[in-house]
Design a binder for this molecule. Structure first.
Ligand code: AMP
Length: 351
């Protein structure tokens, strides 16, 4: 168990790290964030910030020497960077990054555990893409296998003709058949060092332009009927990876049951509502898990919860939300306002 006053290192320094650091401070820990130069807003809530490149071995060694425990908030931290931390002091184990960073690996791994992803095909060339569209049909979505987030690195393909006209990026790709889903939801769990697993309620998630827009409870049907099966898969994924911390799996609810979309080996945007809406938030439980503390209760405390992301310049008017009752604003403190950038969120509860 990490004793009070201990230091937690966080690889990555965005809003997820910032909210983790706020929970860590509450529990009496110090945090040091590590990320290349940028709008490192986790630094504002941490005791220190290493603004160094991911492959700066001297800086990584100095960082590791100052941390009792290391975790991450960003799933694209290079595996070699996580691997440069002492293996017995990094949670989750870097094998989770390795599995989740490549969409093809991730889908094969989840299929091996009995999960059902959307139909997919590996694409390394134009001929592969044409064969994939032939086999799986259109519409579909062409995605980069690595480094995609918030709908970036994705191209919707409506027909064979569109596939032929597309300028293919020079990187490993994957083509997915379009899933006619009824709703989207995520399963968020925390797994302790001793293997205990707890789940939060699954929200109904909506996306706009590939970016999460809202997460709300009660999720209603068909999500509520499909959560059990989805949780079983998430539990198997967490156990197979001997995972420690918060893990997220995203699903499409379809007429054929839950279809696995992707996993994130970290706290997740669709779990931000847990800060006010659950007995223990995803951030606090992540810190508890990596520190070896007992896990907190994940129960929802309200009749209804809705979390809305604040994107781009909408942050300038976000304080007006505070006029509404039981409404909580989180401004990530980002200096650069950009279109499509997550700047904050608002959570509203009905008790
Ligand atoms: P992703 O980054 O893969 O989670 O994709 C972002 C969003 O795009 C998802 O949450 C869906 O709304 C949509 N999407 C991605 N893949 C598919 C698919 N195969 N079929 C239908 N919608 C998809």
């Amino acid at each position: 168990m990490l004793k009070r006053g201990g230091t937690i290192g966080i690889l990555g320094a965005g809003q997820l790290g910032r909210m983790m650091a706020m929970s860590a401070a509450q529990l009496g820990y110090r945090c040091i964030a590590y990320a290349p130069e940028g709008d490192n807003v986790a630094g504002q809530a941490s005791d220190d910030l290493f603004a160094n490149k991911w492959d700066d071995t001297a800086a990584l060694a100095a960082f590791a020497a100052q941390c009792d425990v290391v975790t991450w908030e960003f799933e694209n931290v290079p595996v070699a960077t996580a691997g440069a931390m002492p293996e017995e002091r990094i949670f989750p184990h870097p094998r989770a990054l390795e599995t989740a960073q490549d969409r093809l690996n991730e889908k094969r791994f989840v299929e091996g555990l009995g999960g059902r992803p959307a139909a997919y095909a590996r694409v390394d060339s134009r001929a592969d893409l044409e064969a994939a569209v032939d086999r799986l049909g259109a519409p579909g979505i062409l995605k980069t296998r690595r480094d995609g987030y918030d709908g970036k690195g994705q191209w919707r393909i409506g027909s064979d003709r569109e596939a032929q006209g597309l300028h293919l990026p020079e990187m490993p790709l994957i083509y997915e058949g379009f899933v006619e889903f009824e709703a989207e939801f995520s399963v968020i769990l925390v797994r302790g060092r001793d293997g205990e697993i707890r789940f939060w309620d699954s929200t109904r998630n909506t996306h706009e332009d590939g970016i999460l827009a809202t997460s709300s409870l009660p999720a209603g049907e068909p999500i509520e009927a499909q959560v059990g099966e989805a949780r079983e898969l998430a539990r198997q994924v967490a156990d197979a990876l001997k995972y420690v911390g918060v893990l997220t799996l995203e699903f499409f609810a379809t007429r054929e049951g839950p279809i696995f979309n992707e996993m994130a080996p970290r706290v997740h945007n669709s779990g931000h509502w847990t800060i006010e809406g659950a007995v223990t938030s995803q951030f606090e439980n992540h810190i508890r898990a990596v520190a070896g503390l007992p896990l907190g209760d994940t129960a929802t405390v309200a009749r209804a919860v809705s979390m809305t992301n604040i994107i781009g310049k909408d942050i300038e008017r976000a304080q007006q939300h505070l006029k509404a009752p039981d409404t909580h604003l989180h401004d990530y403190g980002k200096a650069k306002v950009r279109e499509g950038r997550k700047m904050g969120h608002v959570t509203r509860l009905e008790r």
